[in-house]
Design a protein around this ligand. Structure first.
Ligand code: XMP
Length: 532
């Protein structure tokens, strides 16, 4: 059996990253919810950035030849037992280091400064007064808003440090070491609540670290395509299509690299949205001349879901049957050696699969592992270095249509997790129609790109209504629309009332069997985006 861990993309990823990023920034992750956001903010400034374990030793870090190092925030106190630490030799490498929040406390503490509890935990907006508007803080006004979120802070700096800026409660809100290239920020420059945070990161990258800004997606695409072509040779690659942007961009890269050696499989599990199979088919045939296999498996999926109401059991059954259907089709394709997946960077780091990625495994992602081993394929993951917004930009770069590139995400188990309780053909039909109305109305209002995900959930609830003169006893549906950057946290979309009213009217008038529409106003956490 082929070794799935010997993935083509691991080669592509590390070599490409190396050549694209002789200039790279490393983020040491101390458990911050913002580590990925820091990496994205750096890449937005055209510098490649990678998140690594906080405890990697200084020699291993130096071998990666970073232009600079960022120490992320984190929930611990530097004095707490078991608090995550970095190798102190890191500060003596001569490589610029920027500590953010906990990262700052750690850097300052390692270099002789004192950290202690603040009088009051500081959380939220604060006014930063800048005393040294040069270097890291060049080009900034004397006073600006910053976002604080900390219980500890640097209370006393060693004489090696100078304060660059302060807030009312935090005398060392920004500091610089006098002889080492070490800087600290008590606030978070990476969040949008620090409106001029990008200028600070820009100063760190370009002035302090001397970066030139060599990370461009067009170069990434070109190099990845060349490398895929070289690595795959004349073998065949199978790529699963879901209708989503990740699998489409994966297929587009592969198609540019190996053309007709690419075979794509779309498993229609009968849980897709209205007209989705046809949309994927037309997008596909307009853009690729590759071999496409559509597996019509609606009956099999409905059969395996019959009588099942427990959400996890539904997901499991869908997952297993998907693998069976995919496997059956894949084994019909002769000579295939590789399986392509649209795994993204957050999936890789969250699953703990990145070679020097953060130590903590937060969740095992559905995309990583499993299928390729079972099928005896080697894995190709050309997007495993990219964030979602980069994948979208790459899709545009590769000539994919806007409506595909900006499509809202759709879960693998499809409408089954939006049809609460047992899934039946009739319920799916109701859901499809209602969902279509909601998405069309959001598009018509010009709000599709401003919302991150919008859909309908069919509730296992019937309620009394009145239509004409008659009493009705029919289904209730919930509209869910969320805004989010990363899908880990989300706010409900504050959609205009007249839009909500149009959706509700149309659903009740046009979808048979629905007499009540609710709007879900829960944020994540504590709710999740999907209902099951
Ligand atoms: P939750 O409901 O966990 O969803 O807040 C976060 C994002 O993930 C999507 N999602 C899934 N995607 N397979 C997928 O491919 C799944 O099993 C799955 N479950 C949730 C969800 O639609 C949202 O975008």
């Amino acid at each position: 059996m082929a070794d799935a861990s010997k993935a083509v993309q691991n080669d592509v990823s590390s070599d490409d990253s190396a050549s694209l990023s002789e200039e790279r920034i490393l983020v040491l992750d101390f458990g911050s919810q913002y580590a990925q956001l820091i990496a994205r903010r750096v890449r937005e400034q055209n510098v490649f950035c990678e998140i690594i374990r906080h405890d990697l030793d200084a020699d291993a870090i130096a071998r990666k030849k970073p232009a600079g190092i960022i120490l992320s925030g984190g929930p611990s106190s530097v004095y707490a037992e078991g608090a995550p630490k970095c190798d102190p030799a890191l500060f003596k490498l001569g490589i610029p280091v920027l500590g953010i929040c906990y990262g700052m406390q750690l850097a300052c503490n390692s270099l002789g400064s004192q950290v202690g509890h603040c009088e009051a935990r500081e959380y939220g907006r604060a006014a930063l007064k800048i005393s040294q508007p040069t270097g890291l803080l060049a080009g900034l006004p004397a006073e600006m808003d910053v976002w604080m979120s900390h219980g500890d802070q640097v209370n006393q700096v060693s004489e090696d440090f100078v304060s660059l800026a302060a807030t009312g409660t935090c005398p060392f809100a920004a500091v610089q070491h006098q002889t080492l290239p070490v800087f600290g920020l008590q606030f978070h420059p990476e969040v949008t609540h620090t409106p001029l945070g990008a200028t600070i990161l820009h100063n760190f990258l370009y002035t302090v670290c001397g970066c030139e800004g060599r990370w461009h997606l067009a170069d990434f695409a070109k190099l990845t395509i060349e490398r895929l072509r070289e690595e795959i040779g004349d073998h065949r690659v199978i790529c699963g299509l879901s209708g989503g942007v990740d699998s489409a961009v994966t297929a587009a890269l592969l198609y540019k690299a190996i053309g007709s050696q690419l075979s794509c499989i779309l498993v229609d599990n009968g849980l897709l949205r209205k007209d989705e199979q046809a949309a994927v088919l037309s997008e596909f045939t307009n853009h690729f001349k590759a071999d496409l296999h559509i597996v019509d498996a609606e009956d099999r999926f409905l059969e395996t879901l019959a009588g099942i109401t427990e959400p996890q059991e539904k997901r499991k059954r869908i997952g297993y049957l998907f693998i069976d259907c995919f496997k059956e089709e894949a084994t019909k394709i002769s000579g295939a050696k590789y399986l392509a997946q649209g795994t993204l960077y957050p999936d890789v780091i969250e699953s703990g699969a990145a070679p020097d990625g953060p130590a903590a495994t937060i969740k095992l992602h559905h995309n990583v592992g499993g299928l390729p081993e079972q099928l005896g394929f080697e894995l190709v993951e050309p997007l495993r270095d990219l964030f979602k917004d980069e994948v979208r930009k790459l899709g545009i770069e590769l000539g994919l249509p806007e409506q595909l590139v900006w499509r809202h995400p759709f879960p693998g188990p499809g409408l089954a997790v939006r049809c609460l309780g047992e899934v039946t053909r009739d319920k799916l039909e109701v859901l499809r129609e209602a969902d279509h109305i909601v998405v069309s109305e959001i598009k018509a209002a010009g709000l599709y790109r401003q919302t991150s995900q919008a859909f309908v959930v069919l509730l296992p609830v019937q309620s009394v209504g009145v239509m004409g003169d008659a009493r009705t006893y029919e289904n209730a549906v919930a509209i869910r629309s969320v805004n989010t950057d990363d899908f880990m946290t989300a706010d409900w979309s504050h959609l205009p009332y007249d839009l909500l009213a149009r959706m509700s009217n149309r659903i009740i008038n046009e979808v048979r069997g629905v007499n009540r529409v609710c709007y879900d106003i829960s944020s994540k956490p504590p709710a999740t985006i999907e209902w099951e």
